[in-house]
Design a protein around this ligand. Structure first.
Ligand code: HEM
Length: 219
């Protein structure tokens, strides 16, 4: 008798999920302390890491932890984020997407998600490089005042870009029902995969078929 297929498909492994949520938690601490330094009206945010002094001391270390943890995410998800011709169909039909309909033969991620992935990656690289340049007392002394000024500007602009991108990313994650569960519990239903990522679903079916054939040949 054929074994009935489970309705659940693995989308994110446990280590991917832990990696993602650690980055998200560390992001919140760095973003809140950073906003506290930047806007006088938000100075009280500086208490997020204890006291304003402690926040100033810890912010670059916590930021470095975020950048370090993101390296793993970057490489885990890189293969799913190359832009292909089906993404253009998605872009042309963006009006449908905004009405909650699907467009194009979407693989693991759609163009919107890929755009978020690349924006997060670029803004984190810019933040890290500029952050090291302005990091007193350890590194800033190695750079001239004009370089530090440019780095401060880059740091502020890339921080704003990162914060806005994360807000859009989190909004989209809540908007597409079933997405958050995939990053919390790891799985999605077959219906979800077929609806939002049909090409990825066909790849999953192919893999399942191969596994089944391997099992049969080993019997
Ligand atoms: C704070 C709230 C956040 C929520 C609710 C959230 C939610 C999610 C969800 C549900 C997914 C899975 C999407 C899917 O598989 O279709 C995902 C993927 C991802 N998240 Fe987040 N996330 C948050 C913060 C962050 C932060 C702070 C970063 C990095 C700075 C981040 C980077 C990513 C990346 C790189 C992926 C993989 C997407 C891709 O490769 O295109 N997330 N997130």
């Amino acid at each position: 008798m054929m074994k009935k297929k489970s309705d659940k498909i693995l989308r994110h492994t446990a280590s991917e999920r832990i990696n993602h949520w650690l980055v998200a938690i560390v992001f919140v601490f760095t973003a809140i302390s950073g906003l506290g330094f930047f806007f006088p009206s938000l100075n009280w945010f500086m208490n997020i890491l204890g006291t304003p002094e402690l926040s100033r001391l810890l912010h670059p270390f916590v930021g470095s932890v975020m950048a370090f943890l993101f390296i793993f995410m970057f490489f885990r998800y890189l293969k799913h984020n190359f832009i292909d011709k089906d993404d253009l169909v998605w872009a042309k039909n963006i009006h449908k997407v905004l009405q909650n309909e699907e467009a194009g033969d979407i693989g693991h991620y759609n163009l919107g998600q890929k755009g978020i992935y690349w924006t997060l990656s670029i803004s984190l690289i810019l933040l890290t490089v500029s952050g090291v340049i302005i990091w007193r007392p350890y590194f800033a002394d190695y750079f001239s005042i004009p370089v530090i000024r440019i780095a401060l500007l880059v740091h502020s602009l890339s921080a704003i870009l990162l914060i806005i991108t994360v807000i859009v990313h989190a909004y989209a994650a809540f908007w597409v029902k079933g997405s958050i569960r995939s990053m919390v519990e790891g799985w999605v239903t077959r219906g979800w995969a077929k609806k939002h990522h049909p090409r990825w679903y066909r790849e999953v079916l192919e893999e399942e078929k191969k596994e089944e054939e391997n099992k049969q040949s080993q019997k």
